[in-house]
Each structure stands twice: as structure tokens, then as C-alpha cells.
Ligand binder design. Structure first.
Ligand code: FES
Length: 160
């Protein structure tokens, strides 16, 4: 493989290398390595899996297995600039979480798990976000939105 095909940037490689001495084995670095790539590319393409495996002296299948175990990681295409997680666990469901998800998807013209054509937004359903007393909740990138009404959701979508 030529260097031009390389997916991992020097920055990602350095971050992964920094993790190696902190973990009991190279295999244990798999998850932090996947995060190092995903946080920058918003997905982990297959070629990145191969390169992570090379760095950690693993088979690509081992890295791929770990990645696919977690619904968090995207592979085929990057998620949107904003990834909005709408909670559907019991407290949020009882307080309109499902309707909120439906409302947001309808307004954005996508189904849960999809990304808008302009790449700005991905909407996903989430399990409990840990703020049940403020149901329904949405996590949009790192911002937790509590007691979200449809109007709040509209404002959030308009701001993107
Ligand atoms: S059930 Fe939605 S935050 Fe806990």
C-alpha cells in the first residue's frame, strides 16, 4: 500500500501510539484507537480498520469485531456534522421521546440512523442518556438537551 492510500493521519497515529504504554496489551488499545479515528473522520472506514490492526499487531477481523460490537461506530459513511441522539428509554418514551424522534426525522426528511443529504445532521435513537428526570432528552454531539419540546427540537434543527 502506498502512503497516499493511508487513511490514518499522523495525528491519529500519534494519539494511538500514546495510548499503547497506558494499556496492558496492544489489543486493549483497540477501542481508544477506533475512537481516535471516529472522532476525526466521523466513521471508521475498512482501510482504517486494517491500519489500526497493523499498528496493534492484530488481525483486521479482531478490530472489525470490536467495532461492529458497538452501534456507536459508523463505517460506510461519515455521520453528520451533528449527531443527534434521541433517547427512547422508558422515562423519555413515557414523556414523548418516540414522538420527538418521529417529529425530528420528519422535519429533517430522514429516518433514524440516516444522515441528511447536506451531511449536516444524523439522527439516531439512544438508550438512556442518564438524565431521566428531565425527559425527554437529546444528546446533540456533546450537548445534552433536557425536557425537549417539539419547538425546542425545531430550534435545534434550525440552528444547524
Ligand atoms: S430514559 Fe431518557 S434520559 Fe433516561
Amino acid at each position: 500500500m502506498t502512503d497516499t492510500n493511508r487513511v490514518l493521519t499522523d495525528e491519529m497515529i500519534e494519539e494511538i501510539q500514546r495510548h499503547i504504554p497506558r494499556y496492558p496489551s496492544k489489543q486493549a488499545v483497540t477501542l481508544p484507537a477506533l475512537h481516535a479515528v471516529h472522532s476525526r473522520l466521523r466513521h471508521v472506514p475498512l482501510q482504517a480498520v486494517v491500519e489500526i490492526a497493523e499498528m496493534l499487531e492484530l488481525a483486521p477481523a479482531q478490530v472489525q469485531d470490536t467495532m461492529t460490537f458497538y452501534g456507536f461506530f459508523k463505517q460506510d459513511a461519515p455521520h453528520g456534522e451533528t449527531r443527534a441522539w434521541v433517547c427512547r428509554s422508558v422515562s423519555c418514551m413515557l414523556r414523548g421521546g418516540d414522538e420527538l424522534l418521529e417529529h425530528m426525522c420528519e422535519r429533517a426528511g430522514i429516518a433514524p440512523g440516516e444522515t441528511t443529504a447536506d451531511g449536516k445532521l444524523t439522527i439516531e435513537y439512544a438508550e438512556c442518556l442518564g438524565a431521566c428526570e428531565h425527559a425527554p432528552c437529546i444528546l446533540a454531539n456533546d450537548d445534552l438537551h433536557k425536557s425537549v419540546t417539539h419547538d425546542d427540537a425545531d430550534r435545534l434543527l434550525d440552528s444547524l
